[in-house]
Design a protein around this ligand. Structure first.
Ligand code: CP3
Length: 341
């Protein structure tokens, strides 16, 4: 068995030689070689130009020894194809937040090959440059997280505009979610057709609702997305804050559940049983501690992950810009050592 098999096998619950590992935001500001590219190009330029996206996608692969590559892009990119104008500072800022029925009417579901061809060109180029070393992950935001940014116009603490729309104008909310859901399905299937070998759905804000509201306002759309995807490609569903929602999140389907660090991985595995593989779940700030602590915490999570159908090691959210790259390298090494079968 080779490095290129372990990630796909773990996603499908098949045997592995050791626990596979990749890191959310593994191409990013903690790497000096990423900052060097960003000194010459804006974030959006890197997303829009396949050669640049390919260059930064590959940066962490051999340096860290991770078992998967993830397309360098952002979850906001397909929304440009729906007609949104977005800047980054450093997070997304929408020129015209979506607040009314008329705003929703103006949006159109994106056509990936016509509206964001550079993403699909990047997927094809990255596959070629990877030469089979490791599989490539494509991704999208989940409809709820995308709608949260569209309605708020930027990140938010309390999401009052989004929740006002949900509760006071449910028809507008549902019309928006229908258009975003259609965009996400087309966008993910286009990435798979271009060569993405696994698809990850990021629902960063799925955990801000009560279980009843998650079931009513989020789950139907996430389930529709996963049901609409090409069945031959494993799907990772990551809902940040999923610890108290696992029984609902599992109903959306998929092959792998992404788990953040607010729930013990052993508890999460007990709840999702044999039906899913799991991905996670180290607290990203552990990488600010000494290397000995990084190795110790990694080994604990790897040991818990052995009870799962399959375990893909990851952080519980993205790597932070101030992490020393040596600690990320030590993490990957520690996972491979502790996970050896
Ligand atoms: O994981 C990877 O390496 C792939 C690339 C990737 C980026 N964003 C690059 C990025 C992925 C998968 C994302 C997803 C994304 N983007 C999410 C979902 C996952 C999560 O982190 O919750 C969200 C909510 C966004 C929206 C977004 N984009 C925010 C909030 C920010 C600013 C955050 C920050 O760290 O400052 C961005 C910008 C962004 N996206 C950067 C990167 C590397 C930093 C931009 C820079 O270089 O200046």
């Amino acid at each position: 068995m080779s490095r290129s098999d372990r990630f796909l096998n773990a996603c499908r619950g098949e045997p592995v030689d050791t626990t596979p590992v990749w890191i959310m935001r593994q191409a990013g500001r903690y790497l000096p070689e990423y900052r060097a590219v960003r000194a010459r190009h804006s974030f959006l330029d890197v997303c829009h130009q396949p050669e640049l996206a390919c260059e930064v996608t590959l940066q962490p692969i051999d340096r860290l020894g991770v078992d998967a590559a993830i397309l360098f892009s952002d979850i906001m990119i397909p929304l440009e194809g729906m007609g949104c104008r977005i800047a980054f500072d450093p997070g997304p800022v929408f020129a015209e937040p979506v607040r009314t029925a008329a705003d929703v009417d103006r949006l159109r579901p994106a056509e990936p090959e016509a509206d964001v061809p550079f993403v699909l060109d990047a997927v094809r180029l990255i596959r070629r440059e990877l030469g089979g070393r490791v599989p490539l992950i494509g991704f999208s935001g989940a409809p709820f997280t995308l709608a949260a940014y569209m309605v708020e116009g930027k990140g938010s603490r309390s999401f009052e505009n989004l929740k006002r729309m949900m509760y006071a104008a449910p028809d507008v909310y549902r019309a928006l979610m229908d258009k975003v859901t259609e965009t996400v399905i087309r966008y993910l299937n286009a990435q798979a057709a271009a060569g993405a070998q696994v698809l990850q759905v990021f629902d960063t804000w799925g955990g801000i609702l009560s279980p009843a509201d998650y079931a009513a306002y989020v789950l139907p759309y996430s389930r529709r997305v996963i049901a609409g995807l090409d069945r031959s490609v494993p799907v990772i569903h990551f809902v940040k804050g999923c610890g108290l929602l696992l029984d609902l999140v599992r109903q959306a389907g998929g092959d792998v559940l992404g788990i953040d660090w607010h729930i013990d991985l052993a508890d999460a595995i007990r709840q999702v049983g044999g039906a899913f593989s799991v991905q996670g779940n180290l607290d990203p700030t552990v990488l600010l501690g000494p290397e000995s602590l990084v190795r110790e915490r990694a080994a604990e999570i790897v040991a818990k992950g052995r009870a799962a159908r399959g375990h893909v090691f990851n952080l519980g959210h993205g790597i932070l810009p101030m992490v020393p790259p040596e600690n990320a390298e030590a993490l990957v090494d520690a996972v491979h050592e502790a996970g050896r079968r």
